[in-house]
Design a binder for this molecule. Structure first.
Ligand SMILES: [Zn+2]
Ligand SMILES: [Zn+2]
Length: 125
């Protein structure tokens, strides 16, 4: 027997996979609400957090913007269009050793990093 939570999580995961790349929680909610009007926004947010914690989706933190969600879970870099705000993947090898390049930690314990480039997408040029 499949629990209601499992069903909801699957609906949210499918929405992340089917939407154009890197939707916000708000966009995922609007998409899900079309077919499942009785799923609340809180449920969507809770499931997105769960999926991100479990590594089933990647949470992409955008400076000064809403978090985005990505079905591509291996680390990769992103570029945000400064005109339309859409977020795209950047095709380049990821440097996992980037933290080792820090010469003085100034007392910080570094835990992770996100790299978001900015640019102007082809549609907005
Ligand atoms: Zn654009
Ligand atoms: Zn991505």
């Amino acid at each position: 027997m499949v629990s209601r939570n499992t069903v909801q999580r699957r609906i949210v995961l499918n929405a992340v996979r089917s939407l154009p790349i890197h939707p916000t929680a708000e966009e995922i909610y609007s998409h899900v609400a079309e077919e499942h009007p009785n799923i609340s926004k809180g449920t969507i947010y809770r499931n997105l957090n769960l999926l991100a914690d479990q590594g089933e989706v990647l949470r992409v933190r955008i400076p000064d913007g809403a978090d985005r969600y990505d079905y591509k879970t291996e680390r990769h870099y992103h570029v945000r269009c400064i005109r339309c705000g859409r977020v795209f993947d950047v095709d380049m090898p990821c440097r996992e050793d980037i933290l080792e390049g820090i010469t003085d930690s100034h007392g910080f314990i570094f835990t992770d990093f996100d790299i978001v480039f900015t640019g102007v997408c082809p549609d907005c040029q």
